[in-house]
Design a protein around this ligand. Sequence first.
Ligand code: PEP
Length: 253
Amino acid sequence: MRSKIVAGNWKMNLSQSEAKQLCKEVNNMNIGSGIEVYIFPPMLYVSDCKSSSTVVKVGAQNAYPKDSGAYTGEVSMWQLKEAGIDAVLIGHSERREYFNEDHTLLKQKLDAALFHGVKPFFCCGEPLEIRQDGSFLKYVKNQLEESVFHLSANDFEKVVLAYEPIWAIGTGQTASTEQAEEMHAAIRSWVEEKYGNTIAENTSILYGGSCNPGNAQALFACENVDGGLIGGASLKAADFSVLVAEETWTILN
Ligand code: PEP
């Protein structure tokens, strides 16, 4: 059975005291049974959040594939592991766009995360022009083939996938349930082709892109949507608490 996951990507937001407070609030939320919750604070706060987290898992928004050395400004997967950090985001569209992260680097990051036992959340998703020209399935399949499908079945099983259409991230323009389900079902079918039915059925595929208390219930009820990677709504405890609550997951399911 695949895990149901709600993950909050705080991006480059919050002061130290705000992050501390939000971390506390998330750990005190009434989380539905069987739902795993992750937070991805800014790197500066990751260790503190980890130390004060009793319930939720804590990840980094980024890390470098080399273990150590002259890579000024970077933090390695090995260092994350050593500090007890649970997970890492890889392939977020903002990293691809603003930091020119390409398939090769993402592949190296994935390999390093798995080598060190840090759980990778691998993000994929198409820009608006690709959605509009109709080639979005091919585009996302290519992202997975270039950076993920080289993994052994044993490694792939540890990866969480997140489909995040770029046109929906931070725009308020959420994918419809039909659009999300079409892509999630396609992703699961590609995983099945590559790794077989059992692994495909056990792979958690999260939706990300303007997911909020108003649309989460319908999205999470889609057969192939196993939760959400949440940006904006993860910064507001009141909103995030709805996304992790039992009712959001049970009424429509
Ligand atoms: C994200 O950045 O991963 C994201 C989904 O952001 P938002 O929820 O704000 O669209």
